[in-house]
Write a protein that binds this ligand. Structure first.
Ligand code: ADP
Length: 500
């Protein structure tokens, strides 16, 4: 058996390729950003061909760096930004439009019409999701409504749909058109019980079934396909793991038991709670999703609290407001003040996701006085990440009835130790960061490695999870309660901003 498993992590802002060894340790990696395209207010696009190019580049450079060839790699897994929709021409492989990214709000009107026609309940019961611009289904519909002749071509079988996982697998394997239940569960088109495309939901959205990929297990011993010889690996390697990024992080954090949860701090923030083989519908604004499906074992489900703007708000401070030069500066700047000076930033830039699901909301900075300075605003930005997480955690505790006592964290922004302490203070709970912070890639590697017997079973993976650091809450109850009450009030100021 070769010594490594490779994971492609195609994220919202960048693509990574990481080689892992049997202990789940990183052997080599590379990462490249891709362009964020903002054609209009509220619209966010990526170029699918650029994502493919970046993928090839990071694979080639990682193999060169580690002096590893395809023969040393047992399997390849993929994890990806979810919900981002791509349609392409089956014959030429050319995308028909830029990828419409999960953060994009252009499908507002489509979602509103579905709501007015009282389809909300069907989608919620069947797919576990609220009607929101977030998911892929309305994005596909938008392309059919706005690109002349596309529907006819799709009906003739000339067009394929995929989220980024499907697009990359199709390119890597020379044409295998597949996805897994975790990605499919974010399209608004999959039935959570049958784990297949749902004819009624397809009909409501007017989406022809022939454009959709085959749904295969997240870890597939039958392999989705082999990497093609003329691709970036230059040889045939089984491609046999596929998990949406947040589910991959849950697997990478080894949250395999009912009641285990993790929170990932990347572009957005995403908390997932393993609910086992049970499909739990939230009463508190969370969504129901597939957590993973390993081989022939039954699917495991999760409750998810999705927050659209977390690390992306830090990028906005850097790129749009130019208040900072690097994300890492936020730590020192925020530490220089005792609090946020009474101001709150609510980054409802794509509306509000969990637990509110308000597409009419837009961002606010409130509580401003002459006292408030740059450091307060930077601190309020970090606090916004922690307060949004607190709201999701409260919803999760209310839904599950069993309060979480500690929070496992990961993602790019968890390098910020001040943010982690702030999170423990705002939650009043312990926060734990594992040694391998690249849990998303690790989860994809686990899915692929399990499929080829590189690892034996889920339980054996737990030994690879080691604590790096923990943070205990230091704040007192009164300060915590007052701060949270202020946050809740600030959130109400974002509502009803965009005309419905
Ligand atoms: P994704 O996978 O969604 O692209 P990552 O997990 O790579 O995201 O995390 C990148 C995000 O983390 C960026 O939005 C960035 O602003 C944020 N980030 C990186 N370093 C820091 C830091 N030191 N403090 C706060 N946020 C940070």
């Amino acid at each position: 058996m070769p010594d490594y498993v490779g994971a492609i992590d195609s994220g919202t802002t960048s693509t990574r390729f990481i080689l892992f060894d049997r202990a789940g340790q990183i052997v080599a990696s590379d990462q490249r950003e891709h362009e964020q395209i903002f054609p209009r207010s509220g619209w966010v696009e990526h170029d699918p061909l650029e994502i493919w190019q970046r993928t090839c580049q990071v694979i080639e450079s990682t193999l060169a760096k580690a002096n590893v060839t395809a023969a040393d790699i047992a399997a390849v897994g993929i994890t990806n930004q979810r919900e981002t929709a791509i349609l392409w021409d089956k014959a030429s492989g050319e995308p028909v439009h830029n990828a419409i990214v999960w953060q994009d709000t252009r499908t507002d009107r489509i979602c509103r019409e579905l709501e007015e026609n009282r389809f909300g309940d069907i989608f919620y019961q069947t797919a576990g999701l609220p009607l929101a611009t977030y998911f892929s289904g309305p994005k596909i519909r938008w392309m059919f409504d706005n690109l002349p002749g596309l529907r006819e071509r799709a009906e003739k079988g000339e067009i394929l749909f995929g989220n980024v996982d499907t697009w990359l697998i199709w390119r890597l394997t020379g044409g295998k058109h597949v996805t897994d239940p975790t990605n499919a569960s974010r399209t608004m088109l999959m039935n959570l019980e049958t784990l297949d495309w749902d004819p009624q939901l397809l009909k409501i959205l007017g989406i022809p079934r022939q454009i959709l990929p085959e749904i295969r297990p997240s870890s597939d011993p039958d392999f989705y396909g082999l990497t093609s010889v003329d691709g970036p690996f230059g040889a045939e390697i089984p491609v046999c793991g596929d998990l949406g990024d947040q589910q991959a992080a849950t697997v990478g954090q080894t949250c395999f038991s009912v009641g285990e949860a993790k929170n990932t701090y990347g572009t957005g923030c995403f908390m997932l709670l393993n609910t086992g083989e049970q499909i739990v519908h939230s009463r508190n604004g969370l969504i129901t999703t597939v957590c993973y499906k390993m081989g022939n074992s039954p699917a495991v489900y999760a409750l998810e609290g999705s927050i659209a703007m977390a690390g992306a708000t830090i990028q906005w401070l850097r790129d749009s407001l130019k208040l900072i030069n690097h994300a890492s500066e936020t730590e020192e700047i925020a530490r220089s003040v005792d609090d946020a000076g009474g101001c709150y930033l609510v980054p409802a830039f794509s509306g509000l996701f969990a637990p509110y699901w308000r597409s009419d909301a837009r961002g606010v900075l409130v509580g401003l006085t002459r006292y408030v300075n740059r450091a307060h605003i930077v601190r309020a930005t970090l606090e916004s990440i922690c307060y949004q997480t607190r709201e999701v955690l409260d919803a999760m505790n209310a839904d599950s009835g069993v309060p979480l006592t500690r929070l496992k964290v990961d993602g790019g922004a968890t390098v910020n130790n001040f943010l982690m302490q702030l999170q423990a203070d705002i939650l009043g709970q312990e926060v734990i960061r594992p040694q391998v912070a690249e849990t998303t890639s690790l989860g994809a590697a686990y899915a692929a490695g399990l499929a080829v017997g590189f690892w034996d079973n889920l339980e054996s993976l737990r030994a690879n999870w080691q604590i790096d650091a923990t943070w205990q809450p230091h704040s007192d109850e009164t300060t915590r309660a007052e701060g949270y009450a202020g946050w809740k009030k600030a959130v109400t100021r974002t509502f009803d901003w965009v005309e419905e």
